[in-house]
Design a protein around this ligand. Structure first.
Ligand SMILES: [Zn+2]
Length: 335
């Protein structure tokens, strides 16, 4: 990973609201934006990954801020690039800062992953991933250790509560979909929404399959929850959406309409791909994303399977397909 061209200091985008961008591996979704609120309570929203903690510390110093003045870190959700450096930053704050997140993502943050490896293994087996690829999946799981240090969550944030960030009051908005415990933070006085990965300008955010810790099939309908959460933030009518990756969004209505169109198109395409014969999620994911190719287990394949499965859940709910376990594998067929 190259650290060239990273930002050297925070940039003030609104009075007392600062942004810095930290690198993460891979092309998508690209570098992560972390936001610092200064004033009455100094609060950092998201941290970047573990391996850029030192860089984050330098950015604090270069900008004339002291980590020991940090009151709170808020993780918008339990993905590695959003909380990975929290433990170190808290240590460098001489233990003064504490971590806040939604209770449903607190276990991911505390354990460094959403579910035990055995649960992931059962999930990939059910999706029909060939055995060799499942073995190759393990290093990917260990990459998590490099990207994030597990960290206890000291404060659990509730939907609808107001927290002080800098000199602003921010409303905690629970927005499940991307993960179980994703949150957005809304500042009514400025009509600013801090969206984490719930809204991104350059790609449609992923509504990840929510892995069950006991190895059962993911039951929650991530896509349905995701679109319901979008309506929730739309109703707030934010004028500026500060995203965790890429540019800010100024026309949230247009952005959400675009997500919906691509969701419907993908669902139709999936239905057509299944055809008359029984198949597996893995085979359909390969057909939906032919560019993946190869026989290696990449992060992109992980995402493709999750994307395929969560759309199939909706097709099943609409009564268009049937998904049934065949031994340890999930079989799917059109009705
Ligand atoms: Zn995320």
């Amino acid at each position: 990973m190259t650290l060239v061209n990273h930002q050297k200091r925070f940039e003030e985008i609104f009075p007392g609201i600062w942004v810095a961008t930290l690198p993460i591996p891979g092309r998508r979704p690209g570098p992560v934006n972390v936001y610092l609120f200064t004033g009455e309570k100094n609060v950092l929203v998201d941290t970047g990954a573990r391996n850029t903690a030192t860089l984050a510390k330098q950015i604090f110093r270069n900008s004339g801020f002291e980590l020991k003045d940090l009151y709170q870190i808020v993780a918008t959700h339990g993905h590695l690039d959003h909380y990975g450096a929290a433990r170190r930053l808290i240590k460098w704050s001489e233990g003064r800062a504490h971590l806040a997140a939604h209770p449903e993502d607190a276990p991911s943050i505390l354990n460094g992953r959403e579910a035990p490896l055995s649960a992931y293994a059962a999930y990939f087996r059910a999706m029909g991933v060939p055995v060799l690829l499942r073995l190759l999946m393990l290093p990917l799981m260990f990459m998590g250790k490099f990207m994030a240090e597990p960290c206890p969550v000291d404060r659990l944030l509730k939907d609808g509560e107001t927290i002080r960030m800098g000199n602003y009051d921010a409303l905690v908005v629970s927005t499940p979909g991307h993960t179980r415990g994703s949150i957005c933070l809304y500042i009514p006085s400025r009509k600013i929404l801090i969206a984490g990965d719930h809204i991104l300008a350059h790609i449609t955010p992923n509504a990840f399959a929510m892995i069950e810790t006991n190895g059962a099939l993911p039951l929650r309908l991530s896509q349905e929850e995701y679109y319901r959460s979008l309506e929730k933030v739309l109703a707030l009518s934010p004028e500026i959406v500060l995203t965790a990756h890429g540019k800010a969004v100024t026309d949230i209505g247009k952005m959400v309409a675009g997500y919906k169109t691509s969701f419907e198109k993908r669902k139709e395409k999936l239905f057509a791909l299944i055809g008359g014969r029984e198949t597996s999620v893995y085979r359909i994911a390969r057909r939906l994303f032919p560019e993946l190719g190869g026989k290696r287990f990449s992060l992109d394949l992980f995402l493709a399977i999750s994307e395929t499965y969560t759309h199939l859940q909706i097709l099943e709910k609409e009564g268009k397909i049937v998904m049934e376990m065949r031994g340890q594998r999930l079989g799917l067929i059109t009705k």
